[in-house]
Design a protein around this ligand. Structure first.
Ligand SMILES: [Zn+2]
Length: 290
């Protein structure tokens, strides 16, 4: 183990000694469904007492279990060996709201009764809304406002056409797709109930649910800028075999600036890879999301 790691562990040990109670008390209050014990938060106490010797092994196992492309996982291993930037970023992300990084995909659903507690109703401001009953979590709305203002300065208008969806709404929506196109095609374009990122209250469909959206200036601006504001394209072009969904150039999930940067820097911009890695990482600490 290099001197870098020793330094970071010593720092974290001191930091955690000072701030232990307050940090964890807050974490308990901020989350509802997820049991956010300190195990979630792989900080100094846990690492030093239990995992000091095999922390790097844990990271390697998580990388392996996430079944990432070899170049991505090799590159991360190289980073882990050479400095602490990757680990530092991971620690910061794990201290954020778990619903920013929880994996919600074809095989890992949210519970049917998960409902964010801080939804706010959207209305026309820096962004536009195409109907009155659209809601987002506060944390996502704040960032959306910041992002839409920046887009506006370049003469572009971001329109929210879909945001928070309840489990029940998604069940109806999915059933409608199935009746229109059959289950196999429906599964390519729509999530089954519980499996939609829209249930998180942090996900937005922008402007137009159409493949032509990708050719617009708004779409190109989002591609180039969204991650600066903490937004990540969930279903990129050419990744249906990874995400399970066709390219959705309009569908962005708010993950926070730290995670968005982490995705770009280490996972070639592929959100699914990064969230799968985090999912496998917390699995090793024996944590479930409910
Ligand atoms: Zn969507």
């Amino acid at each position: 183990m290099s001197r870098f790691f020793l330094l970071v562990f010593v720092f974290l040990f001191v930091f955690s000694y000072v701030s232990d109670n307050t940090v964890h008390a807050e974490a308990h209050n901020e989350t509802d469904n997820i049991v956010f014990t300190e195990y979630y938060n792989p900080d100094a106490n846990i690492i030093i007492s239990n995992y000091y010797d095999n922390y790097i092994e844990i990271l390697s196992s998580a990388l392996e279990n996430a079944e990432l492309p070899k170049n991505i996982s090799d590159n991360i291993k190289l980073n882990i060996d050479s400095d602490t930037a990757f680990i530092n970023s991971l620690f910061i992300i794990m201290e954020s709201d778990p619903y920013l990084w929880v994996l919600v995909d074809k095989v890992r659903p949210l519970s049917a009764d998960y409902e964010p507690q801080d939804l706010i109703r959207l209305s026309n401001s820096s962004y536009r809304v195409n109907r009155a009953d659209l809601y987002l979590r506060k944390i996502a709305e704040l960032s959306l406002d910041e992002m839409a203002s920046a887009a506006r300065e370049e003469g572009l208008t971001l329109i929210v056409i879909s945001a928070y969806r309840t489990y029940g709404y998604q069940a109806d929506l999915y059933a409608r797709y199935v009746s229109q196109m059959g289950q196999r095609e429906a599964d390519r374009v729509s999530a089954r109930p519980g499996h939609s990122q829209h249930q998180l209250g942090t996900t937005v469909d922008f402007n137009s649910i159409s493949s032509t959206f990708a050719t617009t200036r708004e779409s190109r601006w989002l591609t180039a800028n969204a991650s600066r504001f903490g937004w990540s394209l969930s279903y990129p072009q050419g990744f249906e075999h990874i995400t399970g969904y066709i390219w959705e150039s309009w569908h962005y999930r708010y993950v926070g600036k730290d995670l968005a940067e982490f995705i770009d820097k280490y996972f070639e911009g592929i959100q699914q890879y990064a969230l799968r890695f985090i999912h496998e990482y917390i699995n090793i600490f024996n944590i479930s999301a409910d």
